[in-house]
Design a protein around this ligand. Structure first.
Ligand code: F6R
Length: 612
C-alpha cells in the first residue's frame, strides 16, 4: 500500500507534493514525508500521522526546491514513527528514496550492507534501498551520465519482493529516477514539468496525459523529458495515454465525505457501465473476443477476488450457473492461490478488482495462466496491473473511487458481471432468449431505481441513530440476499468498527442463533418472492428471542414486531444486490458518522492492498 508522488518542473515542489499526498491518503495514513533538492542538498521533512501533520514542521511552507518526492505510509515493517517514515536516505545523504511495497530479502541485504560498514536508523525494509544504491554507485568506476541509473538498475536486480520507487540523487540534481515491480506507478506528462503518482486521480488536476509503467521499467525524468529503459538499461519507447476522467470526480464536490458522494454517484456509475456495453439492447463488450465454441468447451468458471469485489462474485455466481449452465466457484484470491485449485485450459477464470492492483488477485491470475486457463480481468482502472496480465480485460465505468470502503465500484461490478453472464448466455443459447431480453429491460431501470432509494434516506438514518452504540450485529439473507448480507456486514465492520456477522438465514439454527438475545440487532434482506416466507420465519425466530429487526425488502411485509422496514423497488433476483446494498451502505455510513469516525479513512485499512 502507501502512496507516492513526485514532481519535477519550475514550480515549488512542496505544495504540489503535499496536495498529491492528501489525495493518496486513502492508500495509507500513518506517517508522511517529502524530500526536495535545495542548495545542492537533499532536504527531507517527515512526520508521524496524517499528511496534514507535515504542516506542523518548521519550514515546510518555505521549501523552494522545484524537484521532489513524497510518500504517505501504511506501515508494514516498523511501527508508524518519524524514523520509519519515508523518504529514507543513504548514510552519505546522497540518495533519498520513497518506496511502496515490500522488500522480502531486506534482512539479507541489510546484513550485507552492515558488513560493508553501513548503519541503519529505521526498522523499515526500505532503508536498504538508498544504501544499496550508494553501494553500487561507489563501486562503479565509470563516471558517465548513466552512473546513477546503473546503480539503480543493480539495486533492483538485488531486490526480491514488490516495489514502486522514486529516487532523488544529489549527483543528478535535475533528474529523478523511478521504477516499479508489482506495485503501481504512473507518470503524468506536463509542459516543462512532469509528475509521478501511485494513481491517476491524484495528479489529474495537473495533466490528462499519462505514461503507464510496466514491471521492471526504469525511468529517468527531467523537466522536459521522460526517458524509459528496460531492466538492462536499454532505451525503450512508450506511448502517452490520455485519460478522460475529470479532475472534479476526484473531489468531494460539496459532500461531507467521498463515501457519501460515491454512494450518490451510483446511478451515474451504473448508467455508464450499462451504456458502455448494452447499446439498444445489443451487448457489445470491448476487449472481449470470446467465441461460442470456446464457451461450449468451458467446464467451470472461477470468480476470484478479495473483500467487496469477491462479494460481487458471490452476488452474481447464479446468473452464470442458471443462464449459462456452467458450474461456478467464487474464491478468495489469497486462498485460491495457495490451495492448488483444479484448473486447466477448460477453465475460465474471472478476476474482479476495482483498483486492478490487489497483490493476491494478481497472483491468483498469474497462477491460473500458468496452468493454461483463460483469464479475464474486471477492473475500474484502465491500464492497471491486472488488466495488463489478463488475456481479456473489461471495465466498470464507476470513475475514481476514493473512499476506502467500496460502494459504486461494487454495484458497477455486479452490473458488469450480470451483463457478462447475459453475453455468454446469448452465445451459448442454453436458455430461452426471452429470459435474457427481460433481464436487459430490468438492467436499464436500475439507475432510476437507485435514485428512488437515495431520495429518502431518513428511515435508514433514524435506525442507524437507534443502534450506533451497539457492539454486535447480525446480517441475514437467502440466495443473492445472502451475498448482500455479507457485503452489508463488511461495510459496517470496516467503517463503524462494530463487530458483525453475516449468515445465510437457513444456517442460523445450526449454531449462531445461540448468540441472539434481548436487544441484539439483526438486519434481514428479503428480495426474493419465492423465499420471502422462509426468510420471515427466520426473522420471527430471532424476534422471539428478543432481537430488534431491520428489514430491507421489495416485498409486501406486514409485521408489527419488525422495528423498521425499508422498502426498495422490485427487480429481477439476479439484479437485486444492486438495489438492496444501497440501504446497507447508508446504514454503515450513518453509524460511522454518529460515532464521529473518519468514514473515508477507517483505521488500519488502505484502499489498494498491494501486499499479501
Ligand atoms: C471494502 C473494500 C475492500 C476491497 C478489496 C479488493 O470496502 O473496498 O474489501 O474490495 O480490498 O480491492 P480491489 O477491488 O481493488 O481488488
Amino acid at each position: 500500500m502507501c502512496g507516492i508522488v513526485g514532481y519535477i518542473g519550475n514550480k515549488k515542489a512542496g505544495p504540489i507534493l503535499i496536495n498529491g499526498l492528501l489525495r493518496l491518503e486513502y492508500r495509507g495514513y500513518d506517517s508522511a514525508g517529502i524530500a526536495t533538492i535545495e542548495n545542492d542538498n537533499i532536504k527531507v521533512m517527515k512526520n508521524k500521522g496524517r499528511v496534514n501533520n507535515l504542516y506542523e514542521l518548521d519550514g515546510i511552507n518555505n521549501l523552494v526546491g522545484t524537484i521532489g518526492i513524497a510518500h504517505t505510509r501504511w506501515a508494514t515493517h516498523g511501527k508508524p514513527s518519524k524514523e520509519n517514515s519515508h523518504p529514507h536516505m543513504d548514510n552519505s545523504n546522497s540518495f533519498a528514496v520513497v518506496h511502496n511495497g515490500i522488500i522480502e530479502n531486506y534482512h539479507e541485504l541489510k546484513t550485507f550492507l552492515i558488513e560493508k560498514g553501513y548503519k541503519f536508523v529505521s526498522s523499515t525494509d526500505t532503508e536498504v534501498i538508498p544504501n544499496l544504491i550508494h553501494y553500487y554507485f561507489s563501486q562503479d568506476k565509470l563516471n558517465d551520465d548513466k552512473k546513477v541509473l546503473r546503480a539503480v538498475k543493480n539495486t533492483c536486480n538485488s531486490l526480491k519482493g514488490s516495489y514502486a520507487i522514486e529516487i532523488l540523487s544529489k549527483y543528478n540534481k535535475d533528474k529523478m529516477i523511478v521504477t516499479r515491480k508489482d506495485n503501481p506507478l504512473v507518470i503524468g506528462k506536463g509542459n516543462g514539468e512532469n509528475y509521478i503518482s501511485s494513481d491517476i486521480p491524484a495528479i489529474l488536476s495537473y495533466t490528462k496525459d499519462f505514461y503507464l509503467l510496466d514491471d521492471n521499467e526504469i525511468v529517468e525524468l527531467s523537466r522536459d523529458d521522460v526517458k524509459f529503459y528496460n531492466k538492462e538499461l536499454r532505451s525503450i519507447k512508450k506511448q502517452v495515454k490520455s485519460i478522460e476522467w475529470g479532475a472534479l470526480s476526484a473531489e468531494k464536490d460539496g459532500y461531507d465525505d467521498f463515501m457519501l458522494k460515491e454512494i450518490y454517484e451510483q446511478p451515474k456509475a451504473i448508467r455508464e457501465t450499462v451504456g458502455a456495453k448494452l447499446d439498444n439492447g445489443h451487448i457489445e463488450i470491448d476487449g472481449l473476443e470470446i467465441t461460442k465454441e470456446y464457451l461450449e468447451s468451458i467446464n467451470k468458471i472461477y470468480i476470484v477476488a478479495c473483500g467487496t469485489a469477491m462479494h460481487a462474485g458471490v452476488a452474481t455466481k447464479s446468473i452464470f450457473e442458471r443462464l449459462c449452465k456452467i458450474p461456478v466457484e467464487v474464491d478468495i484470491a489469497s486462498e485460491f492461490r495457495y490451495r492448488n485449485p483444479l484448473i486447466d485450459e477448460k477453465t475460465l477464470t474471472i478476476y474482479v478488482s476495482q483498483s486492478g492492483e490487489t497483490a493476491d488477485t494478481i497472483a491468483a491470475l498469474k497462477l491460473a495462466k500458468l496452468k493454461g486457463a483463460k483469464t479475464l480481468a474486471i477492473s475500474n482502472v484502465i491500464g492497471s496491473s491486472i488488466t495488463r496480465e489478463a488475456d481479456y480485460s473489461i471495465y466498470t465505468h464507476a470513475g475514481p473511487e476514493i473512499a476506502v470502503a467500496s460502494t459504486k465500484a461494487y454495484t458497477s461490478q455486479v452490473v458488469l458481471l450480470n451483463i457478462l453472464g447475459m453475453y455468454f448466455a446469448e452465445k451459448l443459447e442454453r436458455v430461452d432468449r426471452d429470459i435474457i431480453n427481460k433481464l436487459k429491460e430490468d438492467i436499464f431501470k436500475l439507475p432510476t431505481q437507485v435514485e428512488e432509494i437515495l431520495k429518502d434516506t431518513n428511515r435508514i438514518h433514524k435506525f442507524a441513530k437507534k443502534v450506533y452504540k451497539e457492539k454486535d450485529m447480525f446480517f441475514l439473507g437467502r440466495g443473492t440476499d445472502y451475498a448482500v448480507s455479507m457485503e452489508g456486514s463488511l461495510k459496517l465492520k470496516e467503517i463503524s468498527y462494530i463487530h458483525s456477522e453475516s449468515y445465510a438465514s437457513g444456517e442460523l439454527k445450526h449454531g449462531p442463533i445461540a448468540l441472539i438475545e434481548n436487544g441484539v440487532t439483526v438486519i434481514a434482506i428479503m428480495t426474493n418472492s419465492e423465499l420471502v416466507e422462509k426468510s420471515i420465519s427466520n426473522v420471527e425466530e430471532v424476534i422471539t428471542r428478543g432481537a430488534k429487526v431491520f428489514v430491507i425488502t421489495s416485498e409486501e411485509i406486514d409485521n408489527d414486531e419488525i422495528s423498521e422496514i425499508i422498502k426498495i423497488p422490485k427487480t429481477n433476483t439476479f439484479l437485486s444486490p444492486i438495489l438492496s446494498v444501497i440501504p446497507m451502505q447508508l446504514f454503515a455510513y450513518y453509524i460511522s458518522k454518529e460515532k464521529g469516525l473518519d468514514v473515508d479513512k477507517p483505521r488500519n485499512l488502505a484502499k489498494s492492498v498491494t501486499v499479501e
